[in-house]
Design a protein around this ligand. Structure first.
Ligand SMILES: NC(=O)C1=CN([C@@H]2O[C@H](COP(=O)(O)OP(=O)(O)OC[C@H]3O[C@@H](n4cnc5c(N)ncnc54)[C@H](O)[C@@H]3O)[C@@H](O)[C@H]2O)C=CC1
Ligand SMILES: CC(=O)C(C)=O
Length: 259
């Protein structure tokens, strides 16, 4: 198995894409530290990972809080015996016309999506250096990190920021043998998209389901993405096959955005 002997931490692992990534990395042989705000759901994912025969730990943390992210990384190290892979997956979305965005809206989403990614990069890089390991950092970006979407403008800007952090961190950390990449999914059928569709309906007056259908109709491969589709690509980024790749944020979107 490609990740045998490796230890991975996944944030936002209680559901959706994060859960899919945690299970896939465990299937590929890694032990998994699970981090999320939702401790109850993390416990369920931990049971699924144990059933795969892998070690796991759970830690409740808010990724927007720097101290909590550093504590989560220390906990993973203490419980599982090291750290090799950090997946900064936790994130939130926001559907609002730009003209209506408040300072509170802006600060809330930047705190989680941008600061949360930066604290994850810092905490993981510090741990990798302390352990003298050539670790891999993998960040959640989006098609919205390559194209600004109407009514998702501030969310899109956070994902452009994640792409910039990914490139800059790759340049600063290469000297330590640490790689930093991101994954850019398209429309993944998780709770996040249920909420996006509902909010789009409220804002535009479109029927429930119409926004989701419109986005999915623009996918060349003709279907929405699954967490497993995303996880397969993250498993590649986490594996030795991606040792010569850094600073990249490839689209894994079924053919939606072309750059
Ligand atoms: N669903 C989609 O279509 C796409 C999602 N993404 C990105 O993928 C990532 C995961 O998205 P989904 O699984 O769809 O979302 P989701 O909403 O289904 O799950 C997000 C998870 O993150 C956790 N979380 C939220 N805020 C947190 C915080 N402050 N600290 C710790 N955990 C927190 C939640 O409790 C939840 O378990 C996000 O970064 C999102 O922006 C990117 C492109 C498309
Ligand atoms: C949630 C997300 O990133 C999009 C654009 O679907």
């Amino acid at each position: 198995m490609k990740l045998s002997g490796k230890i991975a931490l996944v944030t936002g692992a209680a559901q959706g894409i994060g859960r899919g990534i945690a299970l896939r990395l465990a299937k590929d042989g890694a032990d998994i530290a699970l981090v999320d705000l939702n401790l109850e759901k993390l416990g369920q994912v931990a049971s699924e990972i144990k059933a795969l025969g892998r070690n796991t730990s759970v830690f409740a943390a808010d990724v927007g809080d720097r101290d909590q992210v550093f504590a989560a990384v220390d906990y993973a190290h203490n419980q599982l015996g090291g750290l090799d892979i950090m997946v900064n997956n936790a994130g939130i979305c926001q559907v609002k016309p730009l003209m209506d965005v408040t300072q509170q809206d802006f600060e809330h989403i930047y705190r989680i999506n941008v600061q949360g990614t930066l604290w994850g990069i810092q905490a993981a890089a510090e741990k990798f250096q302390a352990l003298k390991r050539k670790g891999k950092i993998i960040n959640a970006c989006s098609i919205a990190g390559h194209e600004g979407y109407a009514l998702l403008g501030v969310y899109s800007s956070t994902k452009f920021a994640v792409r910039a952090l990914t490139q800059a961190a790759a340049k600063e950390l290469a000297v330590h043998g640490i790689t930093v990449n991101a994954y850019c999914p398209g429309v993944v059928g998780t709770d996040m998209w249920v909420e996006i569709d509902k909010r789009m309906a409220e804002v535009t007056g479109a029927p429930i389901g119409a926004t989701y259908e419109k986005f999915v109709s623009g996918i060349l491969l003709g279907r929405a993405e699954t967490p497993e589709d995303v996880a397969a690509f993250v498993a590649y980024l986490a594996s030795p096959d991606a040792d010569y790749m850094t600073g990249q944020a490839p689209l894994i979107d079924g053919g939606m955005v072309f750059r």
